[in-house]
Design a protein around this ligand. Structure first.
Ligand code: GLU
Length: 260
């Protein structure tokens, strides 16, 4: 069965997209990404989107030439950009008659039992109502992603919270490779069986474009979700619709056998 077929058959899916895929010139990718989400939504899959990109989206609206270095201005850019980003998503979702619900969370919320319970109740209700939740880190009170590029981890924690059977981590890298992709002989790792520690594989910490997460944070997040039984696909944002068509791209991590 192709990963695309598996995704159409998912019960509950979390899709995480990185900043560089949805900001700057790549903001033009939002309608395509949203069409893929709409395809799954209309196939009956409960879809949650975790999107970064608030800072990168906000920067031009603050008349800044580049990403600011100080935390306060980064937070200000996130506050402005989050509004515009969700607006862009809603505009694209509107043409599929889907309504988005914005949810701002922190990794800490996922650890605090009261906050965890509150977030779970809200997400469950949104999904029951047919709403597509769009989650980002709550950057005015938490700066974990700004500092560590870790919406990948937040996405994995959300997948665990809602018992998602599938997690897709989209970025500007198409897959994991046996060595840095520019190296001669580097091969795509198509499949990571559960528990495979990827011994001998060099996992890059590289930070590209606007995003702050490297391959290492993705592998960690994939493992965190896989432990709870979630199957994870790591691939490039622009390849997502082709994966749904049945093409073979990316790296698939099996979830722990005691399924969700
Ligand atoms: N959550 C922030 C955002 O969506 C942080 C991402 C970053 O540090 O680039 O923009």
């Amino acid at each position: 069965m192709s990963v695309g077929t598996e995704l159409h058959a998912a019960r509950r899916l979390v899709v995480k997209v990185g900043s560089s895929s949805v900001s700057g010139d790549n903001a033009a990718q939002i309608p395509t990404l949203v069409s893929s989400l709409a395809r799954l939504h209309s196939a009956g899959v409960e879809v949650i989107l975790v999107s970064s990109g608030a800072i990168a989206t906000g920067v031009p609206f603050l008349n800044l030439e580049q990403r600011p270095d100080d935390l306060a201005t980064q937070q200000a850019a996130a506050a402005v950009g989050q509004n515009i980003l969700v607006n862009r998503y809603q505009r694209a979702l509107g043409s599929h008659e889907i309504i988005a619900g914005q949810v701002l969370l922190t990794a800490h919320d996922m650890e605090n039992p009261t906050h965890r319970g509150n977030a779970k109740r809200a997400l469950e209700r949104l999904l029951q109502l047919g709403i597509l939740p769009i989650i980002n880190e709550n950057d005015t009170v938490a700066t974990h992603e700004i500092r560590f590029g870790d919406n990948d981890r937040l996405a994995a924690l959300v997948a665990r919270l809602v018992g998602a059977d599938r997690l897709v981590l989209l970025s500007d890298v198409d897959a994991l490779y046996t060595a840095p992709p520019a190296t001669a002989g580097a091969k795509r790792i198509a499949h990571v069986p559960y528990g495979d520690r990827l011994e001998g594989i060099e996992i890059g910490e590289a930070r590209s474009g606007w995003g702050t997460g490297g391959a290492a944070t993705k592998v960690e997040a994939a493992r965190l979700a896989a432990e709870a039984g979630t199957t994870v696909l790591l691939t490039e944002t622009r390849l997502f619709s082709r994966v749904l068509d049945g093409e073979d791209h990316g790296t698939r991590f099996d979830g722990a056998p005691q399924a969700v």
